[in-house]
Design a protein around this ligand. Structure first.
Ligand code: UT7
Length: 335
């Protein structure tokens, strides 16, 4: 039985910081409101106008290649979860392939909003399990600042920029991504979307005037569905793998709102010290949140640790993966 193991993690966070104090000067909000309603204190912003999502995805991937001493030619497949591709086409994966010099790789983007990394991950797992690929780069990367309306206080306080990546490789020792479940419900597409820029509403003077090239959301609706969706899907994957809260080393939730994370953990019976949370420092980086958590906690992870990854996002899309971690610590910490 061949499983796909996560054998390395990489990440990239831009230097630029957008604090709650900065936002207080931009919209009618307060540090107190943002912290208590979302748990966020600051976000990273890619300020260089010549750089976009592919830049962050390439940097996160380079980190993996360097740490593992892997030649770019060895990569077979590149899958990028993103809703902020550099352009509509070519895909971000093409730009990553070029940027890395991964001359033997093919690749594509997965558009699943906040579930982008998990959907990309289960796609990558299939290529490993089928024997199609031996080395798959799965990346979650978003430059949310490119589609956030910084006059809309209900959404601009949430999002940040960043990228995280994992390497998938085959293993037969029972570790790896052991199970995944995914859902979509397109009936709720309007609740969290960006109306302009696609084939329905291509860019015109009117679409710009009507601010249709910015993300829009009904926050309360998303909140309710997210709590339910993340908890249900995590419970489902735990149940079918005979896992209880005690068996789980870490819940790795999408970082959309601290209150969504708290409610999810409570509903599935996982205590807060076993939940990866870094929303305070980065906000919601959409497809990048889960691999950024893995990067932040990598040094603490041990071979055999059971992780439940869970996400919910626009579409709606949601899903969960059960991962038996395949290695000890991080190469940098020499643990
Ligand atoms: O990853 C998927 C992406 N999106 C999400 O996951 C979003 C999920 N939703 C949320 O995180 C929350 O719904 C928000 C953070 C967006 C909003 O928090 P909330 O607790 O649901 O606030 P609300 O929309 O119920 O608004 C409560 C009040 C309203 O004022 P009134 O009508 O009670 O006077 C809002 O106008 O808070 C007001 N408000 C703000 N006040 C200060 C909304 N945004 C802000 C703000 N600063 N930034």
């Amino acid at each position: 039985m061949i499983n796909a193991a996560i054998t390395a993690v990489g990440h990239y966070l831009p230097e630029g910081r957008l604090t709650n104090a900065d936002l207080e000067k931009m919209v009618d909000t307060s540090d107190e409101w943002i912290r208590t309603r979302t748990g966020i204190e600051e976000r990273r912003i890619l300020k260089d106008p010549d750089k976009a999502t592919s830049y962050m995805a390439i940097e996160a991937s380079k980190m993996i290649l360097e740490r593992r001493n892997i030649d770019p030619d060895e990569i077979d497949t590149i899958i990028v979860g993103t809703v902020t591709p550099d352009m509509l086409f070519p895909s971000t994966a093409c730009l990553v392939q070029f940027g890395l010099g991964a001359s033997n790789a093919w690749g594509f983007d997965v558009s699943a909003a906040c579930s982008g990394f998990l959907f990309a991950l289960s796609s990558g797992v299939s290529f490993i399990e089928s024997g199609h690929s031996k080395k798959v780069l799965v990346i979650g990367a978003d430059k949310m600042s490119s589609i956030v309306d910084y006059t809309d206080r209900t959404s601009c306080i949430i999002f940040g920029d960043g990228a995280g990546a994992v390497l998938l490789e085959p293993t037969e020792d029972g570790h790896g991504v052991l199970d995944s479940v995914e859902y979509t419900d397109g009936s709720n597409w309007r609740i969290l979307c960006m109306h302009g820029g696609g084939s329905l509403h291509p860019a015109t003077r009117e679409t710009v005037d009507q601010r249709m090239h910015f993300l829009t959301q009904d926050g309360q609706h998303v909140f309710r569905y997210a709590v339910q969706g993340m908890a249900d899907v995590s419970r489902e994957i735990m149940k079918r793998n005979n896992l209880t809260g005690d068996d789980i080393r870490y819940l790795v939730p999408h970082q959309a709102n601290q209150r969504i994370i708290d409610a999810t953990a409570r509903r599935i019976g996982i205590t807060m010290e076993k939940v990866m949370i870094n929303i305070r420092n980065y906000g919601n980086t959409t497809a990048a949140t889960i691999p950024l958590c893995l990067a932040d906690w990598e040094s603490e992870l041990r071979r055999g640790d059971n992780l439940i990854l869970a996400a919910f996002g626009g579409g709606f899309t949601w899903g969960s993966s059960y991962v038996k971690w395949a290695y000890d610590g991080s190469p940098d910490s020499e643990s």
